[in-house]
Design a protein around this ligand. Sequence first.
Ligand code: ADP
Length: 289
Amino acid sequence: MKIELIDICKKYGRQKVLKSVSMEFGEGVYGLLGKNGAGKTTLIGILLGIIKADSGQIFIDGKPVGSQSREFLNKIGYLPQYPQFYKEMQVYEFLCYMAALKGIPKKETKSRVEWLIEEVNLADAKKKKVGALSGGMRQRLGIAQAMLNEPELLILDEPTAGLDPQERIRFRNLISKFARNRTVILVTHIVSDVEYIANRVIIMDEGCIACEGSLEELENSITGKVWEITRNKEQTMDDLDFSNVSNLKREGTDTRVRVVSDTLPAKDAITTRVGLEDVFLYYCKGDGK
Ligand code: ADP
């Protein structure tokens, strides 16, 4: 599936939330990154037809989305940022119910639901009421329901919220497996979620695309702009601009400071390997308001 968003604009009152945003998705895992308020959820809402854009166009496989919206929606799986569940239903029952709503044939429902329950590690909670699940379990149930119809396009908004480190690893493996011949969009402000599994990364900032490319391309784009400075406790830090600091770590009596900067941030700074966090900091310097 090829999805093209062209010149999407959206205002809320006088605030321009999306400023002529264009992007394209094909097969693979995409990381849509940006700070809170960057416009990610609004953009996805427009793609899903939940929010109306002020202007712009969406094409699916070259055709305008309006003419095939039902057909398009049937091919999508979506986990919203704040999913709502029927709390009185049991896990298994809930997924069967969602399968029915999505029009999945009855004879396929049982095997699909059981497979997904295993994949998201909820087998032990099959008979539990949804209202009694922990935050992480509920999130996993949300992921399972989004994948029920084996969507060609899977959109997950903040999918790892509430997941512990083991669950995150499981989630990443599941998505990598699932993404073969499909499109997965991970909408998040958590850099490590996309660092491991995204083939392409799009970073949004204040309603615009700040940068996009493969992880390697993005990291290469700021090679030589990430610095490390090590100071011992006798040395002052007063010369450093802390708005550009991406990490600060104490090692024994030393402090190691990581800085993202176009120019040499201090006389004793040495360049170091770039990570996606650095890219994020470099391209999203605004305060997000
Ligand atoms: P993100 O998903 O990147 O955190 P959002 O798309 O949710 O960003 O929000 C972008 C901006 O639009 C924010 O400043 C937010 O406050 C504003 N916004 C979102 N939805 C509404 C709405 N329904 N009414 C008014 N402002 C909104």
